[in-house]
Design a protein around this ligand. Structure first.
Ligand SMILES: Nc1nc2c(c(=O)[nH]1)N[C@H]1C(S)=C(S)[C@@H](COP(=O)(O)O)O[C@H]1N2
Ligand SMILES: [Mo]
Length: 241
């Protein structure tokens, strides 16, 4: 038995009132829900990731460490909380410039995730707390032409991500690790953590998040690293692109 042949059947995935050219019917159709429906239609944020058994937890070519190595360009900026700012700019409906109090007043999320560094160490079970990138997206509302994100840091570092990678459900802008404020060497006051990509995509000392229509390579992406950086596909070097 099948109802496939019935031409009157509503196509799967059809979102009432949000089709092309159709006005939103209910007053509850806010701009935000419409944007989310558009993302759903376009398949945004479907990264194709699957849950893995414990035996498959370590990506190819990685080894496990228990300590947490420090890697950066050698300059660790010290930003007093009184002068700290996070600017969210570019292709968004509502740009923001949060001071520390405003940033800490955002909705809080906790996640426990693994770190995979391109220099071949991985560290399991890091307990983070901060602002989920999806909640940041709800606050600033990316415009329809926003497809990429550039992260700018207080040490001059940059790194680029596709919007759907930035918006991964476990991606956070963190201020705490294991229940304590993030130390300066690991990117405090606040850093990005995008667990499903190599760790160079997780900008420390975050200063500005810029939404863009076109992609542009960040610091390591310009200097020989892969533009995407999926550890499960060993996307380490730009020569492999
Ligand atoms: N601002 C900034 N963020 C950065 C870097 C940097 O040099 N500056 N290095 C990246 C690299 S290459 C890695 S592996 C991780 C290291 O983070 P950790 O020192 O907390 O282990 O930070 C990433 N984020
Ligand atoms: Mo790295």
């Amino acid at each position: 038995m099948s109802d496939d042949a019935d031409p009157r059947a509503t196509p799967k995935g059809d979102i009432p009132g949000a089709g092309p050219g159709e006005p939103a019917s209910a007053p509850s159709q806010t701009k935000l829900t419409l944007t989310k429906q558009r993302w759903a239609r376009e398949g945004k944020f479907l990264t194709g990731r699957v849950a893995r058994p414990e035996s498959d937890r370590l990506p190819p070519g990685q080894h496990l460490v228990r300590d947490w190595p420090v890697l950066d360009l050698g300059m660790q900026p010290r930003i007093p909380l009184e002068s700290w700012r996070l600017d969210v700019t570019g292709a968004v409906e509502h740009p923001v410039s949060w001071d520390w109090t405003a940033f800490r007043a955002q909705k809080q999320t906790q996640e426990t995730t693994d770190i995979h560094c391109v220099t071949a160490w991985s560290r399991y079970d890091n307990r983070w707390e901060g602002l989920a990138t999806r909640d940041l997206l709800d606050a600033v509302m990316p415009r329809e032409d926003a497809h990429f994100v550039m992260l700018h840091s207080y040490d001059g570092y940059t790194t680029n991500l596709a919007l759907e990678d930035f918006a991964a459900e476990d991606a956070l802008i963190v201020h705490s690790w294991e229940g304590k404020p993030l130390t300066i060497e690991h990117g405090g006051p606040a850093r990005l953590v995008v667990p499903h990509l190599y760790f160079w995509k997780s900008a420390k000392w975050i200063k500005k998040i810029e939404f863009r229509s076109f992609d542009k390579r960040g610091f390591w992406e310009e200097n020989g690293y892969h533009n995407h950086a999926d550890p499960w596909l060993e996307e380490r070097y730009s020569a492999d692109e």
